[in-house]
Ligand binder design. Structure first.
Ligand SMILES: *[C@@H]1O[C@H](CO)[C@@H](O)[C@H](O)[C@H]1NC(C)=O
Ligand SMILES: *[C@@H]1O[C@H](CO)[C@@H](O)[C@H](O)[C@H]1NC(C)=O
Ligand SMILES: *[C@@H]1O[C@H](CO)[C@@H](O)[C@H](O)[C@H]1NC(C)=O
Ligand SMILES: *[C@@H]1O[C@H](CO)[C@@H](O)[C@H](O)[C@H]1NC(C)=O
Length: 364
């Protein structure tokens, strides 16, 4: 009897496994590059790194435990994966451990998440925290492609999701060193040049569906309270000017993707617009608080990270636009993801992700 049950179980497991392979062969995956908005736990697997969210109450609303995601639940790649009908992407460093220790034979067919919280598009941004810069994320992906660890046809049909730059801009306003800085325009030009390089390289590695997610109004994050000279009762205008300037550069790059790169599609996610709508009319979106963080401590709950000594946490996190000092709540991420998935041109252009997923004519 026991033996029979065991065999039955084995049969069930192997059948469902082959079903999911079949499904996955039809569906695209997602390869993710960027910062804490997208990080699904890479930093957690990087013991050298001091930018962490792998302690309570991170993850409490959905995973019921910390996962390394910098919010109370799912982030943008998770929601988009749900809309596509694929599993959440594993952090690259976790997948690497599974493959190296033999518990997986291959890298997963639903894509990989390379994003690292605290990183920027500039190599040196928060280097001393041990984050993985965009350039190194690209290197990790490149190594897998060159060593044939990822099927080229999967790369070709998958979505490449990029979001980064808020840490570079935030750090510009942290007056930590006394060395003279570039002026804001030159700094932003340097950032955009790095993203241009990144797009060029992922295209050369086979990416054909490239989604560039722009920055939200970084000058509105509760953590601005730690910056000298930032206003508390409103957003930090100077920072938002830089953000808008950077976003313009990103949109221009995205518009040039189909011109510069045969058979590639570029999609621009206008998160700045999406986010400002939540702030302008919070109620219809289910928000009761759009300035202070739900979790943290001090002015705007923006002075100390959620989960660190002395933190406070609100009772209804999903009524807050911000979960912690830098990051939106799961509810905000869900709304942003829906906008990217099926939104109009004010939110995502020239096509939304739902349409992008179904385009199959892209051959290399
Ligand atoms: C951690 O830091 C040490 C020393 O700086 C370095 O040798 C090692 O490669 C780093 N590990 C990771 C995962 O970055
Ligand atoms: C491989 O590593 C993963 C992640 O740390 C762990 O969960 C799993 O048990 C390991 N498998 C083996 C066979 O060591
Ligand atoms: C827009 O992007 C293209 C292609 O990357 C670049 O050649 C051009 O200089 C950019 N234009 C502006 C106004 O930044
Ligand atoms: C995408 O394609 C699938 C399968 O052919 C179809 O069921 C679905 O309705 C399509 N979605 C859109 C938005 O066109």
């Amino acid at each position: 009897m026991d033996k029979f049950l065991f065999l039955l179980l084995l049969l069930l497991i192997s059948t469902s496994a082959s079903f999911s392979t079949l499904n996955n062969a039809r569906l695209p995956g997602m390869f993710i590059f960027g910062d804490s908005i997208l990080d699904a736990g890479n930093n957690h697997f990087n013991k050298n790194c001091s930018a962490q969210a792998d302690f309570p109450p991170y993850g409490s609303a959905f995973f019921h435990q910390p996962t390394g995601r910098f919010t109370n639940g799912r982030t943008v790649p998770d929601f988009i994966s749900q809309f596509i009908g694929i599993e959440f992407q594993k952090p690259y460093l976790e997948a690497q451990i599974e493959v190296l220790n033999g518990s997986w034979t291959d890298y997963p067919s639903n894509g990989i998440n390379f994003a690292s919280a605290g990183s920027g598009v500039l190599q040196g941004t928060n280097e001393d925290w041990g984050v993985i810069p965009l350039q190194d994320q690209l290197q990790q992906f490149q190594t897998l492609v060159r060593k044939n660890k990822i099927d080229p046809s999967l790369v070709q049909k998958s979505v490449f999701l990029f979001e980064s730059g808020s840490n570079d801009i935030f750090d510009y306003f942290l007056q930590l060193d006394t060395t003279p800085k570039l002026d804001p325009d030159a700094y932003v030009r340097g950032m955009v040049a790095q993203v241009a390089k990144f797009i060029d390289q992922i295209y050369k590695l086979g990416a054909r569906k490239i989604v560039v997610v722009s920055l939200g109004p970084v000058g509105c994050v509760p953590a601005r309270a730690i910056l000298p000279g930032a206003p508390i009762d409103r957003c930090y205008g100077k920072m938002n000017v830089m953000v808008k300037n950077y976003n313009k550069g990103l949109e221009n790059l995205t518009n040039h993707i189909p011109i510069k790169y045969p058979h590639a599609i570029g999609v621009y996610g206008a998160v700045y617009n999406i986010f400002q709508q939540f702030r302008a009319t919070p109620k219809p979106y289910g928000f009761s608080e759009v300035s202070s963080a739900c979790c943290g401590y001090g002015t705007l709950r923006g002075l100390i990270q959620c989960g660190k000594e002395g933190y406070e946490v609100c009772s209804r996190p999903n009524e807050f636009l911000f979960w912690d000092y830098f990051h939106p709540s799961e509810h905000a991420y869900e709304l942003i993801s829906k906008s990217l998935w099926e939104g109009n041109k004010f939110r995502v252009r020239p096509i939304n992700l739902k349409t992008l997923i179904n385009i199959t004519r892209t051959s290399a």
